[in-house]
Design a protein around this ligand. Structure first.
Ligand code: NAD
Length: 449
């Protein structure tokens, strides 16, 4: 049993039974049975059922959002967006079902055609930071491509996943096609990864666990997609609109209380405008509204757990006072204030993923220096570039080794554009027009004439 704690109040909001390895075995059998029938459906029928699932989610958006507020402490405005994102992902994937076509390739002496065939039963292992959307990044395209899905939510945040599985049944999806197995990563997650009946693992979480999963999948060449950590640069050049860059910087590392793989937690500022940027940044950080997640005006809630708060705290040395520090509620709840540090690229907080509301500001000299510092981590997930010079925007975008970059913006994720990491930030891509194909094998058939 896991007690689910509201991070803003420390109250127990639910008690959830944990699955066992035997439950995983039984779930794989049920899923395989359901998948055979699902894959055999005409594409239009599969699309229709997914659209119905999207419509049922749509009629439960507020309920799902409030569950996310209670189990993850997300501000309700953000949680509403997350619930809507699940609906949108299902709709978008449904639209892809009929367009998942093979090709006919000219050959001599016959006919050559390709097919996209579903893989079978997919394990989606999700983290706690965006429990709903990230589960749906795997779930929606995997189902659309004709697979079954077993979803393991994070220990602290299983409630929305469990509710989504109920809504799938209410929408008429076949029994067993989408099942949720809450429980501990090293037990339930590991049982899924090791299971011979699982064709592919989609893992979103820490780089350390991702490496273990990839090694285990190698044993029988199991397919794997990894969405891992990030330590993303926000590069501000002297020619940028400094007011806009400073005004938007807090959201880029404080949204979701910094528990965001795309958080721009390294702010690289060209030395000639460093002091001016810091003057502009301070009121923007202090103005970020922290507090009760159920209040629609709130921009930042608590961290997910007491243990995670301790980890975040360990990155901020008592001896080095923060350059900027916001407020946070006192009393119950896992609160931590917005914190901006000044330092060097080698500081622990500038190298490791903090996954909290902490950013480090680092000066740089010129374009080459900015790219060098931006790339000086094992990660390569996302980043922002602030400049008015189009040529520089293109050069730096090409120079920074990251999967998702934005110029004069911090947006990284849209369900219709590809998302994923370079280097140790991951393997493979999710979302975008190729999302369904990642849940298929391409089969080539030659017919001799
Ligand atoms: P985590 O690696 O601790 O756990 C992620 C999931 O894996 C959980 O469901 C957990 O129970 C499970 N797990 C843990 N050990 C396992 C094992 N041995 N075998 C199988 N499953 C196991 O990560 P977290 O703390 O939940 O999430 C935070 C991390 O996720 C951060 O590093 C963050 O950057 C990353 N993240 C990446 C993306 C992305 O798209 N790149 C998105 C969100 C979060």
């Amino acid at each position: 049993m896991h007690e689910i704690i509201n991070p803003a109040t420390e109250e127990v909001v639910a008690t959830v039974p944990t699955a066992t390895p035997e439950d995983v075995d039984a779930a794989v059998v049920r899923a395989a049975r359901a998948q055979a029938g699902w894959a055999a459906l005409a594409p239009g029928d599969r699309a229709r059922q997914l659209r119905r699932f999207a419509a049922v989610v749509d009629s439960h958006l507020e309920e799902l959002a409030l569950l996310e507020v209670r189990e993850a402490g997300h501000p309700v405005g953000n949680a509403r967006w997350e619930a809507g994102n699940v609906r949108d992902l299902l709709d978008y994937a449904a639209g892809g079902v009929e367009r998942l076509t093979g090709s006919q390739i000219p050959v001599a002496g016959g006919l050559n055609v390709t097919f996209h065939e579903p893989l079978g039963v997919i394990a989606v292992i999700a983290p706690w930071n965006f429990p709903m959307p990230i589960a749906a990044w795997g779930l929606a395209p995997a189902l659309a491509a004709g697979n079954a899905v077993l979803l393991k939510p994070a220990e602290t945040t299983p409630l929305t996943a469990l509710r989504l599985a109920e809504l799938a049944l209410a929408a008429g999806l076949p029994e067993g096609l989408f099942q949720v197995l809450p429980g501990d990563g090293p037990v339930v997650g590991d049982a899924l990864v090791e299971h011979p009946g699982i064709a592919k693992v989609v893992f979103t979480g820490s780089t350390a666990v991702g490496k273990q999963i990839m090694a285990k999948c190698a044993a029988n060449v199991k397919r794997v997609t990894l969405e891992l950590g990030g330590k993303n640069p926000n590069i501000v050049f002297a020619d940028a609109d400094l007011e806009q860059a400073a005004a938007s910087a807090p959201g880029s590392f404080l949204d979701n209380t910094g528990q965001d793989c795309c958080a721009r937690s390294r702010i690289l500022v060209q030395r000639s405008v460093y002091d001016r940027f810091m003057e502009l940044l301070e009121p923007a950080v202090k103005g970020f509204v922290v507090g009760d997640p159920t209040d629609p005006a709130t921009q930042m809630g608590p961290l997910v757990s007491a243990a995670h708060r301790e980890r975040v705290r360990s990155f901020v040395p008592e001896s080095a006072p923060a350059a900027i520090r916001g407020d946070a509620p006192t009393g119950k709840g896992f609160w931590y204030p917005a914190t901006v540090l000044e330092g060097s690229p080698d500081d622990r907080a500038a190298v490791e993923e903090v996954f909290g509301p902490v950013a480090v500001v680092l000066p740089f000299e010129d374009e080459a220096d900015a790219v060098r510092i931006a790339n000086a981590t094992p990660y390569g997930l996302s980043g922002s570039i602030w400049t008015r010079d189009v040529g520089r925007a293109v050069r730096v975008s090409r120079g920074v080794a990251a999967g998702n970059l934005s110029v004069n913006s911090h947006s990284s994720v849209r369900y219709w554009t590809p998302f994923g990491g370079f280097k140790q930030s991951g393997l493979g891509r999710e979302l975008g027009p190729d999302a369904l194909a990642a849940f298929t094998e391409t089969k080539n058939v030659f017919l001799s004439t």
